[in-house]
Design a protein around this ligand. Structure first.
Ligand code: URA
Length: 240
């Protein structure tokens, strides 16, 4: 990417508006290569910029692995608050491109979700072509029949309002009302709708444990950790 103007860089990283950058420069809060910055139109290397003496906050983008707690919405619409983005520092919520979820989990689903401002990464990992396997732990209101394993594996399960049947999914029964489902696609409310379509039971709790090779480890609900792009095992452009 070609170098950005200083005012655009700081606004994009969520520090303040482009207009406010002038005030920050007058107040001596911004330095380039050790000297006070005066020109909002300068195009410095982000690595040379300091704000209040500190290096820039994630100038090359943010990638997070989050353990989503129940009750948060994967939406940017404040009317649907509380939002998963409320877990993040205010500056990260003000970035452009915005930090967004890679796919979504329902408000009443917990577990592993990725957040990033790497637009390319969002497209790659949500593309139906990519087929990232995701594992969900499911609890139901009724006992599950072993026959369900074949129903999920058949690749014929038709969800209401969808043109194509679900791709084959792996169902592993863990107990009478507990199972693990592996999906390679991400239709809206897919796990809940698959159980509904199979006519077997209603999902009463849903938790995503893995996304590709990634797991939550000991990350507590509501916490996140930074992820290196390399942990995704993808080939990606080195910068946005
Ligand atoms: N399937 C669902 O039903 N809900 C989710 O949040 C994810 C998958």
């Amino acid at each position: 990417m070609s170098a950005r103007r200083l005012d655009q860089l700081l606004a994009n990283l969520g520090y303040c508006s482009r207009r406010e950058v002038r005030d920050w420069l007058k107040a001596g809060r911004v330095a380039i290569a050790g000297r006070p910055a005066t020109d909002p139109g300068a195009k410095p290397s982000p690595a040379a910029v300091r704000v209040d003496g500190e290096p820039l906050d994630h100038p090359d983008g943010i990638l997070l692995l989050v353990n989503k707690p129940l009750g948060l919405t994967c939406s940017h619409d404040e009317r649907e608050a509380p939002l998963i983005y409320d877990l993040l520092p205010a500056r990260w919520r003000a970035r452009n491109p915005v930090v967004t979820t890679i796919g979504r989990l329902d408000k009443e689903t917990s577990g592993l979700i990725l957040l990033t401002d790497h637009t390319e990464l969002v497209h790659r990992l949500t593309s139906p072509k990519h087929k990232v396997p995701k594992i969900y732990h499911v609890t139901t209101d009724r006992d599950l029949s072993p026959e369900l394993v074949n129903v999920f594996a058949a690749g014929t399960l038709q969800l209401d309002g969808e043109k194509e049947p679900c791709a084959p999914a792996t169902l592993r029964l863990l107990g009478p009302r507990e199972a693990e489902v592996t999906l390679i696609e991400g239709k809206y409310h897919q796990v809940r709708r698959m159980f509904a379509a199979a006519g077997s039971a209603t999902v009463t709790a849903l938790h995503r444990t893995t996304f590709g090779a990634l797991t939550l480890g000991d990350l507590a609900p509501g916490r996140y950790r930074e992820l290196a792009v390399a942990e995704l095992g993808l080939e990606l452009p080195s910068s946005k």
